[in-house]
Design a protein around this ligand. Sequence first.
Ligand code: SF4
Length: 382
Amino acid sequence: MYDCPVGGFIIFVDKNNYMKVNPAYRSKEALVALYNKPLLELVFEAATIHRQFHNPREVQMSSLLSIKTGGCPEDCGYCPQAARYHTDVEAHKLLSVESVIEQATNAKANGSSRLCMGAAWREVRNNRDFDTVVEMVQAVNNLDMEVCATLGMMDADQAVRLKNAGLFAYNHNLDTSKEFYDDVISTREYEDRLNTIENARKAGITVCSGGIIGMGEAIEDRMGLLMSYMEMETPPNSIPINALVAVEGTPLENQKPIEQWEMIRMVATTRIAFPESVVRLSAGRTKMTMEGQALCFMAGAGSIFAGDKLLTTPNPEFNEDKEMFEILGLIPKEAFTEGEKPVTKADPIIDARKAKEAQRAAELAAAKKDPNFTPRKVVVQE
Ligand code: SF4
């Protein structure tokens, strides 16, 4: 029995009928029919399921920080960070750990309980930059925030290293259906993405994976994306739904913006299909009204990205979102309500490097105290 706060009456729902995926919508045809339902009926069905599995007043505020911007060798047709497109994005190299701590602290003070760090890489490489990202994860986990990273493809060992650093979630979007994927990206396969998601899952990291609507795909492709998650052994813990932000200079620059009703339908359908996952209302909120966003929350969106930038594209300011939360009676969700805080373990690679650096510093200090110490002369050949 369930006391429905939507209409103030009692309806009966057997919670055990639903699990991570909703068995009533295991085919693309069923999902398309659901998506096309009369809008308010769709929202009502989604709201009903949402209230069984989640606190409908809680919405997580997450912050997305670009830790390495631009210069990416991939060709994702929507992305201004791809090196091959001529956009206004200014490339910058990897941020320092200190800078990330400062920005994470600020995001937390503004109500964010999750920090997602994005690097414009094709894949994670085992180099000094990755060591720095591991240190960032350790540091932000120590701030008691959920740490998410989106770093491109990653192998199983790299996933374990991130997990041991304290990574809570790994974001790797499938973006769209298998069928439409090649129209948007050619430099890596759908299968590559599935493998990275599997590596994160096997390492014990929660999976965040979703898509973008408004890239010219059909409704069948939107539902094809959801079918890819249906076919997984375990669907993603969170599913971000993005509306394309068409950026000048990218191949999709002339795409017509989608109607906010399409976002509401996509959020609602995702909520119904995956009752336990967190549905994240992500890019494209600047084009939505507060009423449109309210319907998304009603239909089961449990998270937004806060802060004036989403990697490189615009997003509402913290203050605008605070006002919206007040008007709608929403509460920022605390960290670690969807899973335990990971324990940060020592990282042998970083520890060995630090020990070596300390040893070198000690040797140099000792040498400088030696009265016979003479710096080595470097002879420059003429
Ligand atoms: S979406 Fe990611 S992988 Fe694709 S071009 Fe942009 S930064 Fe590179």
